[in-house]
Design a protein around this ligand. Structure first.
Ligand SMILES: [Zn+2]
Ligand SMILES: [Zn+2]
Length: 274
């Protein structure tokens, strides 16, 4: 396991490895384009070279890419769905160029249609992304906090999408989202039953990265509000339990940078404690 956080790419993606090292990261996550929209800055041979040099200089072996926030594979408009499939495919191709391990995305919202129809569209979008893809960067679906009609808040929905899209994609578990959508990882009994459901649905081996965030909101409150490790409703113990089940999976923080160095240290201490 490596521990790190989401870092800024201000000035260019080649600045990310130093930003990561400065915060004490062993691994990091970034956007490669604006999360709100707009064209993606080019990743040409020079950018790739610069990025790889910086990775080596700052002793970072791996990185992850978070897709932009506007992805909605369940949009009612076909043209939009097609454009979003292209955006994710581009992120996977761009990730492969720089050697990123995975790209994770949020899936969208079913507000325009019944849930089962929305799920079918999401699965078909994911299939479209993977169609003919031969790159090395893996595609991951991120579990959601389940606010409103947001898709992918249960293991069963993620399992459905994986199975109906060709089975080639993995999962990113965000601890804050899981907790907010009703998966107890705080109490021992809760954690055991959550793990059991996970094993019986998606399977532990599909979990490729953990977003390690404490949650400002309580169990099943269905809001996406990240908190610093130990300050939120999950507490340090929940992260220890997660680390025991996923000792080989990287843990990436997405908390505010005011106290993120402390969060990273805290997770490293928890991991080294068992
Ligand atoms: Zn996310
Ligand atoms: Zn996340």
């Amino acid at each position: 396991m490596k521990i790190g956080c989401h870092v800024s790419i201000a000035g260019g993606i080649w600045n990310a490895p130093k930003n990561a090292a400065d915060l004490g990261c062993e691994v990091f996550q970034m956007f490669t384009r604006s999360p709100q929209g707009g064209p993606a800055p080019k990743i040409d041979a020079e950018v790739i070279k610069k990025f790889k040099q910086e990775m080596e200089k700052w002793k970072q072996q791996d990185c992850y890419i978070h897709a932009p926030y506007y992805i909605n594979f369940a949009s009612a408009k076909e043209a939009i769905r097609k454009a979003l499939v292209r955006v994710i495919r581009e992120e996977l191709e761009r990730g492969s160029l720089i050697g990123a391990k995975c790209v994770m995305t949020h899936l969208g919202s079913s507000k325009d249609m019944p849930r089962d129809e929305a799920l079918k569209l999401v699965a078909s979008g994911v299939r479209g992304v993977m169609d003919g893809y031969t790159g090395t960067t893996e595609f991951l679906l991120e579990i959601s906090a389940g606010a409103g009609n947001v898709i992918g808040d249960t293991f069963e929905e993620l399992e459905y999408i994986i199975k109906n899209s060709g089975g080639r994609v993995g999962v990113c578990l965000d601890t804050a989202h899981m907790f907010a959508s009703g998966y107890d990882i705080k109490t021992k009994e809760g954690f055991d039953s959550t793990t059991k459901v996970l094993k019986e649905s998606i399977g532990l081996e599909k979990v490729k990265v953990i977003h390690a965030n404490d949650s400002m909101v309580g169990l099943n409150e269905r809001k996406d509000r990240h908190d610093h490790i130990g300050d939120g409703k999950i507490g340090k113990g929940g992260f220890e339990s997660m680390m025991k089940v996923f000792p080989k999976v990287d843990f990436v923080l997405e908390t505010k940078h005011d106290k993120i160095k402390k969060d990273i240290l805290m997770l490293k201490t928890v991991f080294n404690g068992f």
